[in-house]
Design a protein around this ligand. Structure first.
Ligand code: BG6
Length: 492
């Protein structure tokens, strides 16, 4: 059984409490934490929206949504009933002072509780919501605010949000969420790197040829077209998730697992990213957009059809070659790619080691595959080390690539918690180590912004790729030009 660290009594107030994120991620995560006994009996979840529901109506809604996302609930009626009793719904129009009374009254009952204000609403409401919280005397020393992405559209808007929220909450009370940091394998990357002595001596340009970070999705933009079309893959995935993964791979060992030490090291990597000029963008960035195709055997519409038959040039795929300009990583490219409606759902980090310098096996140097360490974020979370081995039997030495496989599900035989479970409990505990600090977010925007500007000024549109394929051919050319290839899973 995993060891549970209980958290202090808390009020989790979710603005946007009837929205997609609340239903798909936050309520299931809170249910699981409650089910495992991590929430104290007097902790409550208060959804805030303009939906005009009463508590009973909201509980009914969450009941049916939870059953969709957690099929095993059918066997857990008592846990479900207990969780539903924690839920309340309040209708607030954040701009209308008079509509805050009910929330004020409800929160007065738990004065000493930790207050988590989770802003799962549109970013333009972050500032006004914080102002409303302050004006109504709801921000205590024991309060924290959680900001969901998108955290701005560019550096200026990110700074504006940070200023508005920072006018009400101190930086240590602000939790900017990047749910990738809560994923089990991502946390395991820290353990793998810093709780084993084997890797660190090799973790540099002397032994590593290059690193690949892939987040491939089979889903399209679905009902999120309005948001996504103004955003695209670079803002939606690269500026945050992929850069955060890159930071964890590339950062120097922090002196301890401490909120500032870890974030200081990540920031140094963001600041060491080699800036991409307009010329670099042409060579090092490939954008794509999906057209109609077959995904998992089913026909799917094109991106343009999904966003109302528009002629949008928003990218749904991007591949980039990035360099970290510091002593450790000099000359080691990091290839990043992410896309929607691809042929597989797979998120992985591949650390590709250098080839052997010399083969003692006559005539077979070329068939010696370099070692690779693959961290699979999803699905089938785990770590895989690719090695060469001799095929058994007589008849000379025949070499074959094989792998050592550590599947977390098989090894630990327990349910892998969703990222939001860990992160929500960290907020209540007041531990921001796995959240982005203001300077990190702004450094990430500062690096991404010239790329966005160069692409906006370019006369080229994103390259079309059929849904259900591996993305545009130019992304393959991007890495093959350097004499390398994208990692393909090898079967046993
Ligand atoms: C979100 C993006 O942050 O991450 C989505 O906005 C994307 O577009 C999602 O689909 C991917 O998260 P996960 O956990 O499913 O890999």
């Amino acid at each position: 059984m995993p060891q549970l660290m209980s958290v202090a009594p808390c009020e989790i107030v979710v603005f946007g409490g009837t929205g997609d994120l609340a239903m798909r991620k936050l309520m299931p995560a809170l249910y699981h934490r409650d089910r495992d006994g991590q929430l104290t009996p007097d902790s409550r979840v208060i959804a805030v929206s303009r939906a005009g529901l009463d508590d009973a109506g909201y509980r009914d809604k969450v009941d049916s949504e939870l059953r969709r996302f957690i099929p095993e609930l059918i066997h857990e009626p008592d846990f479900l009933a207990r969780f539903l009793q924690r839920l309340h719904h309040i209708t607030v129009d954040v701009a209308e002072h008079s509509t805050w009374d009910e929330l004020r009254t409800l929160l007065a009952d738990g004065k000493d509780h930790v207050r988590v204000f989770y802003l799962a609403c549109a970013p333009q409401l972050f500032g006004p919501t914080c102002v409303g919280l302050q004006a109504n005397g709801l921000v205590t020393d024991n309060s924290r605010v959680v900001l969901e992405k998108p955290l701005g559209h560019d550096l200026v808007s990110a700074r504006r949000i940070n200023d508005e929220v920072g006018a009400v909450f101190a930086e240590e009370q602000i939790f900017r969420i990047d749910h990738y940091l809560g994923k089990e394998t991502v946390q395991n990357l820290l353990v793998l790197r810093f709780a084993n002595s084997l890797l660190e001596p090799l973790w540099n340009s002397g032994a590593i040829d290059h690193v690949q970070i892939t987040v491939a999705e089979t889903i399209g933009v679905g009902g999120r077209g309005d948001y996504y079309d103004g955003s695209g893959a670079i803002r939606d995935m690269v500026q945050n998730h992929l850069l955060q993964l890159l930071c964890l791979v590339a950062m120097e060992p922090p002196s301890r697992l401490d909120r500032e030490a870890v974030r200081d090291e990540k920031l140094k990597i963001l600041q060491a990213l080699s800036p991409l000029t307009i010329g670099d963008v042409e060579r090092c960035v490939v954008r794509g957009q999906y057209t109609v195709g077959l995904v998992e055997g089913a026909p799917v519409p094109s991106y343009q059809d999904e966003v109302d038959g528009s002629t949008s040039t928003t990218e749904t795929f991007v591949a980039l070659k990035v360099e970290v300009q510091n002593w450790r990583w000099s000359g080691v490219p990091f290839y990043l790619r992410t896309g929607k409606r691809l042929d597989r759902r797979a998120s992985e980090i591949v650390v590709q080691f250098r080839p052997v310098p010399h083969s003692i096996f006559p005539g077979i140097k070329d068939s010696i595959s370099p070692n690779a360490l693959v961290l699979r974020l999803q699905p089938d979370e785990g770590v895989r080390l690719h090695l060469m081995a001799k095929e058994p039997g007589p008849g000379g030495v025949r070499l074959r690539p094989v792998h050592l496989n550590l599947s977390f599900a098989e090894t630990f035989k327990s349910r892998l918690p969703d990222a939001y479970e860990r992160l929500l409990m960290d907020v209540v505990r007041g531990n921001p180590t796995l959240f982005m600090r203001r300077d990190e977010v702004e450094a990430a925007w500062a690096w991404v912004e010239p790329i966005l500007a160069a692409l906006a000024a370019s006369i080229d549109s994103p390259r079309r790729y059929a849904a259900g394929t591996g993305g545009p051919a130019a992304a393959i050319a991007l890495i093959e030009r350097d004499g390398r290839t994208w990692y393909e899973e090898i079967s046993e």
